[in-house]
Design a protein around this ligand. Structure first.
Ligand SMILES: NC(=O)c1ccc[n+]([C@@H]2O[C@H](COP(=O)([O-])OP(=O)(O)OC[C@H]3O[C@@H](n4cnc5c(N)ncnc54)[C@H](OP(=O)(O)O)[C@@H]3O)[C@@H](O)[C@H]2O)c1
Length: 326
């Protein structure tokens, strides 16, 4: 048996309950990971709240699930057909939804795992998968950032944003990071060339930019496009507007519809994790070009409160739940 954080319905963290549960068996192509640390991110808040509504269709609750995605730990059992991992291997990556990472053991497809970076603790490794993969997809793949370009990261101190700053710097860009007052020092410490407090100044006035990576603030498309070069790239990663029925998705859909009719590249990002992205991120970590900032750690018992503490679109770097003292 194991301890696990079960989501029993849609809503706030009151829908989460710490339960005893049978350790899951790995399916074909899967392993069971003995979880040492589980990273939290905005996606878990969406799964918990069932908002925006399409989340309920894409990942239905079906009577309850163990919440969690990002994990780092040790392979506990291997499923049928698994040849690239053995019991005892240290890994990091993303668990299957349903038997998620907020548990002492979780199921994961080997297609979404990689060996844990040697230079990182389990806590640091668990901070990487979803947020850093999203940043990699946004900066390198969607925006195609090149050396010498000017890149604005909105939400530069957030879970995705603080990785985006580092990835854009590594590609040789001049990086301008926007965040609120209390986070200026964090954004400076990860290498941004210029940091703008969006509560006292308008980061869009510093344009034109070759790329804007938007992870917070839900600014209007028109304003963002005005701050872009005529052939610049706008990557809409996400936003958390209170009132919009589709959350930040409505604006992203509008951008995708407009994209064929403009020389600017307008991208609605739909990130997904895989082994290759985890290996690419490991290579950056090994070269000293990427490091997660751990804002807070919590125990499994504290996980509901830590998820609430992420806020909606106001997070700071990464919060990680520690399951075993390593
Ligand atoms: N498209 C995808 O595949 C994908 C993947 C992962 C995440 N997401 C989405 O991307 C968004 C960011 O995720 P995350 O985990 O990085 O969230 P997060 O940790 O909450 O970061 C968002 C950041 O934006 C900042 N922010 C808020 N208003 C701002 C404004 N007006 N101007 C500039 N910055 C502002 C926030 O803090 P301060 O206001 O204090 O500066 C916060 O640091 C979420 O909506 C998430 O759901 C999408």
């Amino acid at each position: 048996m194991m301890k696990a954080m079960l989501q029993e319905g849609y809503g706030s963290s009151e829908m989460l309950r710490l339960v005893d549960r049978v350790i899951p068996e790995p399916g074909p192509g899967e392993v069971t990971v003995e979880v040492a640390a589980a990273g939290l991110d905005a996606g878990l808040v969406h799964l918990l709240e069932g908002r925006p509504f399409p989340v309920r269709l894409a990942m239905p609750l079906r009577g309850g699930r163990v919440l969690g995605l990002d994990c780092a730990g040790t392979v506990h059992a291997v499923g049928e057909g698994v040849t690239d991992y053995a019991v005892g291997d240290k890994v990091f990556g993303v668990t299957v939804t349903g038997d998620g990472a907020l548990a002492e053991n979780a199921r994961a497809s080997t297609a979404k795992l990689a060996p844990k970076p040697r230079g990182l603790s389990f806590i640091e490794a668990a901070a990487i998968p979803v947020s850093a993969t999203t940043a990699l997809r946004a900066v390198r793949d969607a925006a195609g950032v090149q050396s010498g370009q000017r890149v604005l990261v909105l939400g530069a101190a957030g879970g995705v944003g603080h990785f985006a700053v580092q990835i854009a710097k590594n590609l040789g860009a001049e990086v301008i990071g926007a965040c609120s007052t209390g986070k200026l020092q964090l954004v400076r410490s990860i290498g941004a060339d210029q940091v703008i407090d969006y509560t006292t100044g308008d980061p869009l006035k510093e344009g034109p930019f070759d790329a804007i990576i938007d992870t917070g603030g839900h600014r209007r498309l028109r304003q963002l496009r005005r701050a872009l070069q005529p052939t610049g790239a706008l990557v809409l990663v996400g936003a958390e507007p209170e009132a919009a029925p589709l959350g930040g998705m409505g604006r992203s859909l509008a951008a995708a519809l407009l994209n064929p009719f403009t020389r600017q590249k307008l991208v609605m990002l739909a990130s997904s994790e895989d082994r290759q992205a985890l290996l690419d991120l490991t290579e950056l970590v090994d070269r000293g070009a990427l490091r997660p900032v751990i804002h807070r750690t919590a125990s499994l018992e504290e996980a509901p409160e830590a998820i609430t503490g992420l806020g909606r679109g106001s997070g700071t770097a990464k919060t990680v739940v520690e399951l075993q003292q390593i």
